[in-house]
Structures are given as C-alpha cells and as structure tokens.
Design a protein. Structure first.
Length: 420
C-alpha cells in the first residue's frame, strides 16, 4: 500500500556563523559567490562544528541542524523532542519557511500554518478580528472562507470581549489563545506548534490538545508538535522524532522515543552514581540510581520505576546499625525517610548489596536529592553522605501538566476511594 506522504525532509542542514549577522564578513560572501559561479560547492559547508553548547568550539561556523531526513504521512501527529539547543525550533522555522535550509529540500503536500512563538504572524496595531482575516489571507483562503470560521475562532479563543481591540494590548495568554484558534480553525493541511502552548493556562492547554487530536483524527490533517512536556507528547503524538546536537537520533514509537529521550537527557550537575573508595571500616561503598533496565539515570518519567542500589561495608562492631536514606526536594524539604536495621538482614561482617525500589507514580514531577546515612540510633553516626545523588521526575503519565503553576505537594497518593 502506497503511503500518503505530506511532508518530506531530505538531507536538510542549517549552518550559522557565530557572532555575526547574516553570513559574516564580505570576504566570505565573495568567496561563496566565486565558488557558485564556477559551479563549485560552498566552501564553508566543509567546516563547522556540532551544535554542542557545553563545549568551547574552534570554528566560527556551527551546524544547528545536520543531515536531517524523515517523512510524515497525512494525518500523523509527530512529536519533536530534545534538549534545549538540540535544533527543534530551527527545524520548525525551516518547515514554516521563516528561514531557508543551508542544504537539502523540504517538500510539502499541503498548506502550512505555524504557531512558533508569542507574536509570530500578528500585527500589533490591528485588532484581533483583523488579524484573523490577515492570517487567513496569508494561508490563501478567501474572505468568505475566513468569515465562515470566524465565530468558531472567536468562541474557542475566549477573547470575544477584546476581539475588536488591537492585539498589542493583549496579554501573552490571550495572544496565544487567539493565534492557536486561527491556526487550528483555518484548516491547514499541516499545523506546526512549538512550545508556545505552555504560555496558556490549564484550561486552554487541555482545549488545545483536544483540538489537535480532533483535527488529526477527524480531519485527517497533520500536526508537528514540539514540547518538553512528555505527558502531552505521550497523549497526543502517534510517533516522535528525537533531536540531539542538530541530528535525528531516534524516529519511531512514542513510548520508545520518550524512554530514549529520558535516558539520554542527563542534566548537567546531576549525579546518578556515587563511589567512595576510602571506606576502611563500615560505610557506603557505592550508591546508584537505576532504571528498569538497570542503567544509571538522573531523569525518570512519572510512571517509571526507580531503583536505588546500595553497596555497603559492615564490620562486626556495627552489625546492629541502621542504614537509610532521605528524599529531599529542591526547596530543601524532606519528603520521606526509609531505613532498615541491618541485624534483621545479616548476621556477619562483609560487603553487602541492597536494592530499594521507589514506587511508580508516587513522586510528583520535581527535582530531588538523596542523603544516605548509616548509624546506631542515638549512639553513633557511622557514615553520612549528604545530597550525594540527585534526580528529576518528569511528567509522563498523569494530568499534572494541565495544572501547571499549582502546588500539588511532593507525592501523589493512590488512596482507596469507595463510593457509598
């Protein structure tokens, strides 16, 4: 069966010159021109470094994107995920024709509407109503077609009271509401949505995600969705593309793509493994945070199992000691403590390994630290490793993303609810 490809990205790359406007010095432009009239390749395509912000480069040129290839079928909802600086927004700008690729081709099979950032596509001096007609005209629609959708757009946006007010007076939330309504209801074949939806409130985010589902499933239209919100990606997308340093490192199933992203997205400064080579008597030898595949991680989904692996050395005199840990949030609040009495588990000195499993869907999305202790209660502190491991819980399996800005505490309790 032949696939209905509506968007094709072929060998697309985007190069920028650091610290310069445009391509840089006049000499570089003349060099490019001289090579072009002789039918030769742009000499600056042979240089340039990978777009890794954490390293100091030696070239003035950087590849924001490098050799991107993928195809999107009509009706697919594709999530584009990756760290900050991975190239997501650059890719969307290329697909939205905001800028052109340095090399490669982008082929479309339909009309494209984009929602990239607050303010894109609207004229501040024009009213909301006038901007609706302006955007529709840009998409190639007739005035009659736009007018037939006008009431739906205004109702969905929730901006009816201000629809005849210049949009420069709108709040960022109102701006995004109207911009999304225009992009969604003017029936483009391809809708491109960047992280801009995060500006909206919980009610609007829920409506927007529902609308994107409707236009893809019911209308057979294609959506490309960039977000750091893994729960929204999981809920909305039929497949994902993971970008890293300007290249595609994964394309496929949404759940597999999110897991790949979480495994590779280790935060700078976070520690998933601790080793103490100086233990002579009793104490912690090594500590690690592991995922379900026993790989060391520092970032986990809300619905993922986290395993703490503890290697501890115990001498004869401390067989009656306790070992335990505390989970602390970024506000330095102790969330909970867990410990065991060694005498109930072991009866002689030696090197022992323990595993502690943190329950899934328990810790609310947040950043956490772990402190470990070995002690005889009220008698002796044998070993104390303060905040030696840290990790983050990312939203992947609940509705917390719909209520951003609200404090839901530190843990989510699955209580026993009964209707009477």
């Amino acid at each position: 069966m032949r696939k209905d490809i509506i968007l094709s990205i072929e060998n697309v790359s985007k190069q920028y010159r650091l610290g310069q406007i445009g391509t840089g010095a006049l000499g570089h432009d003349l060099n490019r021109w001289w090579h072009r009239i002789r039918g030769k390749e742009d000499p600056y395509l042979k240089i340039g470094e990978v777009n890794d912000r954490s390293t100091k480069g030696t070239s003035d040129y950087v590849w924001a994107l490098k050799d991107i290839n993928f195809k999107v079928e009509r009706g697919e909802v594709v999530g584009v995920i990756g760290k900050n600086g991975a190239g997501k927004s650059t890719l969307l700008k290329l697909m939205s024709r905001v800028t052109s690729p340095t090399t490669g081709e982008i082929n479309f099979g339909g009309r494209v509407a984009s929602l990239l950032e607050v303010g894109t596509g609207f004229h501040g001096e024009m009213t909301g109503r006038e901007n609706i007609f302006l955007n529709g005209a840009i998409l190639g629609m007739t005035k009659k077609e736009i007018a037939s959708k006008l009431d739906e757009i205004i109702e969905f946006s929730g901006c009816e009271r201000y629809i005849d007010t210049p949009v420069k007076r709108y709040s960022s939330g109102m701006y995004v509401r109207l911009a999304f309504a225009v992009a969604a209801f003017l029936e483009p074949e391809i809708l491109i949505v960047d992280e801009v939806l995060a500006v909206g409130d919980a009610e609007f985010q829920k409506k927007a995600i529902g609308k994107m589902q409707d236009i893809s499933r019911g209308g057979g239209r294609t959506v490309l969705f960039v977000s750091h919100n893994m729960a929204a990606v999981k809920q909305l997308c039929s497949k994902v593309i993971v970008l890293e340093f300007g290249t595609v490192v994964f394309e496929g199933n949404t759940n597999d793509g999110i897991e790949y992203y979480l495994q590779s997205n280790q935060y700078d400064g976070y520690i998933g493994h601790y080793v103490n080579e100086a233990v002579e008597e009793s104490g912690f030898v090594s500590l690690a945070l592991l995922d379900k595949n026993y790989a060391i991680r520092t970032e986990f989904g809300f619905d993922e199992l986290i395993t703490i692996k503890i290697n501890v050395k115990v001498t004869e005199q401390y067989l009656n000691s306790h070992i335990g840990f505390r989970v602390i949030d970024r506000n330095e609040r102790v969330i909970f403590t867990s410990e065991i009495k060694l005498a109930s588990e072991i009866d002689k000195a030696g090197l022992y390994q323990f595993e502690v499993k943190l329950p899934q869907q328990f810790l609310v999305p947040n950043k956490f630290k772990l402190t470990f202790g070995m002690h005889i209660p009220n008698v002796a502190l044998i070993d104390y490793q303060e905040e030696c491991l840290s990790f983050e819980i990312v939203e992947t399996g609940s509705d917390f993303h719909l209520f951003s800005g609200n404090d839901y505490g530190c843990v989510f309790m699955d209580c026993d609810w009964k209707i009477l």
